[in-house]
Design a protein around this ligand. Structure first.
Ligand code: UDX
Ligand code: ADP
Length: 470
């Protein structure tokens, strides 16, 4: 039996930070330490001003206020934290590989490997290592191999490796962590699995805990995300059929969602799914399938990602067509840069490609978001400017960030609603009608507004999936 008194989490990102905060809140007798090599991030997690935390998540700052300094600390001292720990969560980034074998499909494991090496060298006595990040199937084997290699000095130390994937969604992370649908623990060491199980029992009923072998656990995480993403690509493909036929995607989604076998969740059509997981996880499934010679399976899952890119392109093309095929000398207000509401995360946000394409057409874009900062938007737009022409790479004067929503909209030719932030539901369209250029278009990709209200003000509206507008 293992007794767990000190827990270390490597990686203070969107997963590590909120997860350890909720753990610390519910397990006051255990000491938690979240460590990261990124000093700036740790400083931000330790900042007195809770609005400066690096991750925005409803309910997070209240928990941080309660547990920080009590039984949760954020630090850059990896060595010290690893040495003390009885259990270590690996919560580092695993982006898709950019070059080399498996580029564009499989995860880049350099950060996971570096963690495993550090743990192997520094840990003392018995340590339970838990994979928290979403990883390609069989990564636990890699971690085990590294931990047990002679380079890590196996004297007086031993390890158990568990897979305990996170199922939290950004924007609802705290409630997902407090009351998850299920918690999955994969492993082959019953004592280690029991130790992790007992930690969860502090706030989660036993019947919600599921035990599997390591590979089932790793694969379940990829598959859960692939199934969710597949629903969005399915409904988005139908949104295009609605526009062509006169059907209304919300009516269709409501009708099919009432079938209990289908269910109503994840049927909201939009500009395409974003976030750090969906695309990456499906691509990992594609790679895994190809690796085992299952090319048809690979093609099947790849098409889910392709529909998603197509949906983003489709939105951009509609905008150009409605604005007479010309965006030069036109101001377009982009409302929402985060990939969904209630997060400051922009990874894989559909807004990125849509904005780049609009810039490329010569538009002036004015961007507003509730939580994403100007600096982050700038990095996203000009980080991989492949689709921007040479001129634009040099000339960054064709966009602006506006912290005031109405300043972004003022004198625009069009507004594009991309993120479903609540404030965008309450826009004063009467004011808008008096302060924009005509003919004006509203492109509503998230079904946020009542089309009739906009049309009554003499404004044009295109609503994704709403075929009754043709
Ligand atoms: C997802 C999974 O939900 C979570 O379980 C996993 O651990 C990590 O990946 P996340 O990416 O944070 O979480 O957000 P999610 O709420 O799943 O949304 C992903 C994307 O799908 C967003 O861009 C969202 O706008 C879009 N979406 C979601 C739709 O377009 N329609 C829907 O009906 C639901
Ligand atoms: P996620 O959404 O999975 O949490 P993030 O990118 O938000 O991903 O967070 C991952 C964090 O892990 C980053 O802050 C990064 O600096 C940190 N990290 C990556 N590799 C290491 C490492 N070897 N040691 C410590 N921290 C690491």
């Amino acid at each position: 039996m293992y007794s767990i008194k000190n827990i270390c989490c490597i990686g203070a990102g969107y997963v590590g930070g909120p997860t350890m905060a909720v753990f610390a809140k519910n397990c006051p007798d255990i000491k938690f330490e979240v460590v990261d090599i990124n000093e700036e991030r740790i400083v931000a997690w330790n900042s007195k001003d809770l609005s400066k935390l690096p991750v925005f998540e409803p309910g997070l700052s209240e928990i941080i206020e309660l547990v920080r300094g009590r039984n949760l600390i954020f630090s850059t001292n990896l060595k010290n934290s690893i040495r003390k720990a009885d259990m270590i969560f690996i919560s580092v980034n695993t982006p898709i590989k950019k070059t080399g074998l498996g580029a564009g499909e499989t995860s880049d494991l350099r950060w996971v490997e570096s963690c495993a090496r550090q743990i192997g060298q520094i840990a003392e006595n018995h340590t339970i290592v838990v994979e928290k990040s979403t990883l390609p199937v069989k990564t636990a084997q890699t971690i085990k191999d590294i931990l047990l290699s002679s380079e890590c000095g196996i004297k007086n130390k031993s390890f158990s490796v568990l897979s305990n994937p996170e199922f939290l969604a950004e924007g609802t992370a705290i409630s997902d962590l407090e009351a998850p649908d299920r918690v999955l623990i994969g492993g082959d060491d019953n004592h280690a699995m029991k130790a992790l199980n007992d930690i969860y029992l502090n706030w989660i009923p036993q019947e919600k805990l599921i035990f599997t072998n390591l590979w089932s656990s790793e694969l379940s995480k990829l598959t859960a995300n692939a199934f969710l993403a597949q629903r969005i690509s399915s409904i988005n493909s139908v949104s295009a059929i609605c526009e062509a036929t006169g059907a209304d995607i919300n009516e269709v989604a409501n009708a099919i969602g009432k079938d209990l076998r289908i269910g109503s969740k994840f049927l909201q059509s939009g500009p395409g799914f974003g976030g750090s997981c969906f695309k990456k996880d499906i691509l990992n499934l594609v790679y895994l399938s190809k690796y085992y010679g299952l090319n048809e399976v690979a093609d099947y899952w790849r098409s889910v990602v392709e529909i998603n890119s197509w949906q983003q392109t489709r939105v951009y093309e509609v905008i150009v067509k409605k604005l007479f095929g010309n965006l030069a000398n036109k101001k377009i207000a982009i409302l929402g840069f985060a990939f969904k509401k209630n997060t400051n995360d922009t990874r894989e946000s559909p807004s990125i490609e849509i904005c780049k394409n609009l810039l490329n057409e010569g538009a002036f874009i004015s961007i507003h978001d509730v939580k994403v900062t100007e600096d982050i938007i700038k990095k996203n737009l000009f980080k991989n400017p492949s689709i921007l022409n040479e001129n634009l790479k040099l000339n960054k004067s064709n966009w602006e960030f506006q912290s005031n929503l109405y300043d972004a909209i003022k004198n625009s030719d069009a507004v594009v609603l991309l993120t479903e932030w609540e404030v965008y539901k309450d826009i004063d369209w009467d004011w808008v009608s008096k302060n924009v250029r005509k003919p004006f278009w509203l492109f509503d990709t998230r079904s946020l507004v009542k089309a009739k209200n906009i049309q009554n003000l003499g404004l044009n509206i295109w609503q994704l999936g709403n075929g009754s507008m043709n």
